[in-house]
Design a protein around this ligand. Structure first.
Ligand code: FE2
Length: 311
């Protein structure tokens, strides 16, 4: 089960809710017109709902959900909350297009065999738009790379950046070139350039704790992308590790003898191994699993394996 959820009031009545790796961090603005930014993964909706109501916001009173992109760990609560509140849901216009056209490939849901429900996207955002979160005006900055529909939200008065999966403190979000195309690496670098031009005091990322050393985070992300550009195998390695852990988190735990077969039944596993490691499925699986066990990111319990990563 998920360990304790950390909540920080980042501005009056605007709360940052720190989750884990399966659920993206999210935000709650408490006021007469409540606003949410991102809503976690669908399987943990109960926990998400508790975090929101625990801050004094009734789900039926939510007016607006802003999503930083359409990945499953950021939109999981959307349909339930919209059902109860009939709230608006805002996405970058690329993400709105994915939702409007039921494109569950571009959202990664079908590619990675993830659970997610469609919802009604009512607002299309553009780079440079201002969105009101209660009394706080955030600037929408379009940051494609990790996700074709990715945005971050910047509050210039305080220097707060809600960076989602565009910038993490000491790791970077998975790159899925089979869906996004290889150009995504260059888009990601351009997005980092946009962030480097901002006056930022604190970054509230999509996963992990808030951080203040923005320069360091940006330069390490640039280094990672450059490493990927120099050696494509690194992208495949990174993706296999991250999505194997993610898959374990979505399942809770799986029978070790069946996990490889289960992965072979997904699009992503075969295609990633095809793309970067010329189809050596079992050998690659063994190698990555061994590495995850050695690093204690995956553990054995009886016949089952599970991930030690905070969900
Ligand atoms: Fe993401």
């Amino acid at each position: 089960m998920e360990s304790e959820t950390q909540v920080i009031e980042i501005m009056k009545d605007l709360f940052f809710v720190e989750r884990g790796y399966l659920n993206g961090n999210h935000f709650v603005y408490r006021g007469t017109k409540p606003v949410l930014i991102d809503t976690g993964y669908v399987r943990d909706f109960e926990r998400t709902a508790q975090a929101i109501t625990g801050l004094g916001v009734d789900l039926s009173s939510v007016r607006l959900i802003i999503n930083t992109h359409t990945h499953c760990d950021h939109i999981g609560g959307n349909s339930s909350i919209q059902e109860r509140s009939n709230c608006d849901i805002a996405l970058h216009r690329v993400g709105k297009y994915f939702i409007d056209t039921r494109d569950d490939w571009s959202t990664w849901w079908r590619y990675y065999s993830q659970e997610a429900d469609f919802f009604k996207c009512t607002v299309a955002l553009e780079d440079g738009d201002m969105v009101a979160v209660g009394p706080y005006e955030f600037r929408v900055i379009y940051t494609p790379g990790h996700a074709a529909d990715g945005i971050v939200l910047y509050h210039s008065g305080s220097g707060v950046l809600i960076s989602s999966d565009a910038l993490w403190e000491d790791d970077m979000a998975a790159m899925t070139l089979r869906v996004e195309g290889s150009r995504a690496l260059f888009f990601h670098l351009e997005s980092l350039d946009k962030l480097a031009a901002l006056e930022i005091t604190t970054v509230y990322p999509g996963h992990g704790k808030p951080f203040t050393d923005v320069k360091k985070a940006i330069s390490s992300a640039r280094r990672r992308v450059k490493g990927f550009l120099e050696n494509r195998e690194k992208i495949g390695e990174d993706q296999l590790k991250k999505i194997m852990v993610y898959t374990l988190l979505t399942h809770g735990s799986v029978d070790e003898a069946l996990f490889f077969e289960q992965l072979m039944g997904t699009f992503w596993f075969r295609e990633t191994v095809d793309m970067y490691f010329s189809g050596e499925y079992e050998a690659k699986y063994d190698e990555v699993m061994k590495g995850l066990l050695n690093r204690d990111l995956v553990r054995r319990r009886g016949d089952h394996v599970y991930s030690s990563v905070k969900p």
